[in-house]
Design a protein around this ligand. Structure first.
Ligand SMILES: N[C@@H](CCC(=O)N[C@@H](CS)C(=O)NCC(=O)O)C(=O)O
Length: 207
């Protein structure tokens, strides 16, 4: 398998999951602005929408969109338990979480990455958008569960972690959401997350 990624972008969720699964994979760093991949590929032919993640499966099929890529990866190694079995209510809960992360939480960070400088009013509005999504995560963790679906880490946690971790990069405080902060720290400490962050240049290897 080959994962097209951009350092620190949402594609890092799939990178973390590949590490969690311990399956062989290649990485191809992608410049989405230039439409080129580090290996010399024309990215517009790989991902017509021009964004990462794009996963090339061993069959050659190209899979895009975070919720689809993440579930595909989990389904390749069902024994790893990173997604509940298809057809169960638990799987529906996973899809519910993935759709929330993709269409609400992820998108709430859009204004910070739009390339347009935010004036005070726009920044406040964008911060409120992130805050209201973080409040939903906080409510999901209110019963003391370690992960979004309960006590088991799933692909949704990798995606939520990557997105919530952007808060620090864009200077949005999660202090009002202590369970969410602890959740982010918990997933950041997983060996698979550390390995992905080092490989993508977000962290240095410990001496
Ligand atoms: N709906 C897509 C969104 C993916 C997305 O927003 N990717 C961003 C990185 S987080 C990207 O590649 N942006 C580069 C660009 O749009 O040029 C998904 O869920 O996979």
């Amino acid at each position: 398998m080959k994962l097209h990624y951009k350092p620190g972008a949402c594609s890092m969720a799939s990178h973390i999951i590949l590490n969690e699964l311990g399956v062989p994979f290649e990485l191809d760093k992608t410049d989405t602005d230039a439409g080129k991949t580090e290996a010399g590929g024309d990215f517009s032919k790989i991902s017509p929408n021009g964004y990462v993640p794009a996963l090339i499966a061993d069959s050659g099929e190209i899979i895009t969109e975070n919720p689809a890529v993440l579930q595909y990866l989990a389904d390749q190694s069902p024994d790893a338990g990173l997604a509940p079995p298809n057809g169960t209510l638990a799987r529906t809960r996973l899809q519910e979480a993935l759709n929330f992360i993709s269409s609400e939480l992820h998108k709430s960070f859009g204004p910070f990455f739009s390339g347009v400088e935010l004036d005070n009013e726009a920044r406040k509005k964008a911060e409120a958008g992130v805050g209201s999504c973080a409040a939903h995560v906080e409510r999901s963790l209110a019963d003391g569960r370690a992960f979004l679906l309960g006590d088991t880490f799933t692909v949704a946690d990798a995606y939520a972690f990557v997105v919530l971790n952007w808060a620090g990069f864009v200077g949005v405080s999660l202090d009002a959401h202590p369970k969410t902060q602890a959740y982010v720290a918990r997933i950041a400490a997983r060996p698979a997350s550390i390995k992905a962050m080092i490989a993508e240049g977000l962290m240095e290897q410990a001496a």
